[in-house]
Design a protein. Structure first.
Length: 249
């Protein structure tokens, strides 16, 4: 069975994960107050708390935003018709914030604060890049909800981890989370963004994750973090489809 790979999510699993991560975040905050511990201990709590928020959003969607009797094709067909429960849309916007956009600034902020070093020109450049990325993501979300935005600004809609080109009108497709395809239950996030060059979103996202590690000390810790991130991002693609891998990530 590949169930352990795709993390067979449900409302119960997401709720338990959220509670466990919340406890870990509180522990890290308390541990970070001890003088003998590294400043990074406290800032790691931000990472953990952000992931807990992702699980809370998914628990809400599993509980009130999906019909458990529907299949992947059923939920996808409803979405293609522009239908999505309001609570699902709200939860999906939360997933976009906590699951995507926050990772544009959290690594840089936590890495810098844990170093207790002066703000060098290199850090300023990284902060500017991350801030620009956040603003671009926000603009892409806001533009996507403007009717006939393509008449105002050239560009196209973009949905992460799309399995195949959509035949439906992009403008009618809402932010929504569907039950994922495959044998095992998981959620497929559908973020509707509008941007002139949407293909660069993933590049900016991974750049914001990895660039702070170039300035992080000790170098060994930075190298270990980069190696772990690459392994957990690339190795699953050997066994999983992109949409299933996203649920594990």
């Amino acid at each position: 069975s590949r169930c352990w790979l795709v993390m067979c999510w449900s409302a119960e699993v997401s709720a338990i994960a959220a509670c466990g991560l919340a406890v870990c975040a509180i522990f890290l905050v308390l541990a970070g107050q001890k003088k003998d511990n590294s400043p990074m201990t406290t800032y790691n709590a931000i990472f953990v708390a952000n992931i807990a928020c992702v699980e809370i959003c998914e628990a809400i969607i599993w509980t009130w935003g999906t019909n458990n009797g529907q299949s992947w094709s059923d939920t996808e067909n409803e979405w293609r018709l522009g239908r999505c429960p309001r609570i699902n849309m709200i939860g999906t916007y939360g997933l976009f914030i906590f699951g995507y956009m926050n990772w544009l600034w959290i690594p840089a902020y936590c890495s810098y604060k844990s170093q207790n070093s002066r703000c060098s020109a290199q850090w300023v450049l990284i902060f500017c890049f991350c801030a620009t990325s956040v603003l671009r993501y926000l603009a892409a979300v806001l533009l996507a909800v403007i009717p006939n935005v393509h008449d105002l600004a050239p560009g196209k809609y973009w949905f992460p981890n799309q399995r195949y080109p959509l035949e439906s009108d992009y403008a009618s497709l809402p932010m929504c989370t569907l039950k994922g395809p495959g044998v095992h239950d998981h959620l497929a996030w559908k973020f509707r963004l509008y941007d002139p060059i949407p293909d660069t979103f993933n590049i900016m996202w991974f750049a914001c994750l990895f660039l702070p590690m170039l300035l992080y000390k000790p170098i060994g810790t930075a190298a270990a973090v980069i190696a772990w991130a690459l392994m957990t991002s690339l190795i699953p693609l050997i066994f999983l489809k992109p949409d299933e891998m996203m649920s594990m990530f």
